[in-house]
Design a protein around this ligand. Structure first.
Ligand SMILES: [Zn+2]
Ligand SMILES: [Zn+2]
Length: 244
């Protein structure tokens, strides 16, 4: 069984609709035996989320808390079909890992499969984006074959989001299995995230791991099964993790 040792997708109070601090998330994740968490608060286009200064200032976060690594990240919002995101490149470049995805109430106007697919493909091609979050969200239907194909070509990871099965995005299961089967068949890269909005759910991957098992996705394909694997992935993208 693949049990990822890094949670790549954790929210804190800075998202505006999440309820724990970085320190609390680190403590819960450490108790569960994780090696690292990535702090992925929503980009500024989500109402109530952090502003540019939140992301610019992530450099002050200690690298270690409660014995685990703290990675500096964002869940950026895809704004259009041209690869537009809600953080400037200069800030994205300063982060360890960059997630991007579609969310409601952010100014994104697309409402067709064609537009959503074009938006995800443009984000996959964005040189600073590493991971596309919840591409299986039924609220933004896409041509999954096209999205997976582009991710494989670009060497980017698509997320299996544990929260999609539990708290949000109802109806994701079928889309997720479809995506995961395509990823397994094409040898695509997978990122597993809890998408925890409270500290107690950091490192919670139960449903995502079931999908990995059901679809025979290999350990090597999961970019966060260990901090070493994540370092290898980011290194191959020309953005080596500097954890000192
Ligand atoms: Zn999200
Ligand atoms: Zn999230």
């Amino acid at each position: 069984m693949i049990a990822p040792m890094v949670d790549l997708h954790v929210h804190t109070v800075s998202s505006g609709h999440a309820y724990s601090t970085v320190e609390e998330c680190a403590r819960w994740a450490a108790q569960k035996g994780l090696q690292a968490i990535a702090i992925t608060d929503h980009g500024p286009a989500i109402p109530g989320s952090g502003n540019l200064y939140h992301f610019w200032n992530l450099k002050v976060l200690p690298r270690r808390m409660h014995g685990i690594w703290i990675l500096r990240s964002v869940e950026a919002n895809i704004l259009d079909g041209e690869g537009g995101l809600d953080l400037p490149d200069k800030i994205l470049e300063s982060l360890d890992v960059v997630h991007a995805g579609l969310h409601p109430y952010t100014g994104y106007q697309g409402d067709s499969v064609q537009e959503n697919t074009a938006a995800l493909i443009a984000a996959i091609r964005h040189p600073l984006v590493d991971i596309i979050v919840h591409p299986d969200n039924p609220a933004f239907p896409v041509d999954m074959e096209a999205v997976v194909g582009e991710a494989v070509r670009e060497g980017k990871a698509l997320e299996i989001n544990n929260s999609s099965f539990v708290h949000t995005r109802s109806g994701s299961e079928e889309n997720c299995l479809h995506m995961a089967r395509l990823l397994a068949a094409k040898g695509g890269l997978v990122a597993v995230g809890s998408d925890a909005h409270v500290a107690a759910f950091a490192g919670e991957f139960t449903h995502a791991v079931e999908v990995l098992q059901e679809t025979d996705i290999t350990e090597e394909s999961v970019i966060n099964y260990s901090i070493e694997r994540l370092e290898e992935f980011l290194g191959s993208r020309g953005k080596p993790l500097r954890l000192e």
